[in-house]
Write a protein that binds this ligand. Sequence first.
Ligand SMILES: [Zn+2]
Length: 367
Amino acid sequence: MQLYRLGDSGAAVADVQATLAGLGLLAGPHERFDEATDQALREFQQRRGLSVDGLVGAETYRALAAARWSLGDRLLSLATHPYVGDDVAALQERLLELGFDAGRADGVFGGRTEKALRGLQREYGLVPDGTCGPATLRALRQLGRHVTGGRPQVLRETETLHRSGAALPGKVVVIDPGHGGAERGATGHGLEEAAVVEDLAARLEGRLTAVGVRTLLTRGTDRSPTDAERAQFANDAGADLLLSLHVDRASSPHCHGVAAYHFGAGRGTTSTVGEELASLVQREVVARTGLLDCRVHEKTWELLRLTRMPVVRLELGHVTHAGDAARLADPAFRDTVAEAVLVAVQRLYLPPDLDPPTGVMRLPAFL
Ligand SMILES: [Zn+2]
């Protein structure tokens, strides 16, 4: 889709401004995408856990469209073209708080949301029609916010994790090489992100397979699925985890280091298992490679939001930094990273009393 940015004008820009104004982020009339619009948009992106770049691209556009709806604005039910918006996310969060399993508060009214809604309606003596209308809204208001802080979806994820046991054999891990084929990703110092992540994915696949994990790749070299398609693929596969592999770039040649991302919007809807996985991957990679620790962050990127399992997106160093690029070009380094990720996956499933310190575990243990 077309990108909109500072200096642009037209109907789409006016639309963006109207949404920002509706959210109280932008005041007064603006003829074009001016400095104030840019600031308001960045504020919006920051709040939403999007990349703060001042650009209206596909993801920011979708978030803006979602932000136009608040709970009560329209009837919500399961539809061929699912309802998407902040009103749906708000409903899902309320359902989750009340102990009904609406999955993740992803803002998409799907089958699981409907089932949870019917459960609520049944339990509170409403007609269980799966439609969130005036009667349900009244019930939700009356129920108040008695049940908060329990974060049932987080408890459920943790429970699923523990129920699945510490053994790796039989688990399904989807590996997502962020780039490949004709789409080469970030470049710098003679390196291409696609080549690095394809190689890393192959090493990781080998190591996971060696310990009995069933691994699936989101892509071959012939096609480039969207983030939503990758998420769908992992959901359909019933994956236990998804590992998304990227290498970062920066406009400054001085930026370097590794970062890990997991789902979270800073509204208490964070996935703690995803956070735990991201934190383990980050700690193991930093401990074993000595790359600068750019820490773990929450994002609402589609790949993180639309997936039903814990997901980590690793940004392994900066290809635009001479030092990082030299490390990335070294096959032994990539092998160390694959080992670090494998150990992080194993540690995620180990009970706390068996969890080893960071940087020392070797796998497979029986070799
Ligand atoms: Zn990338």
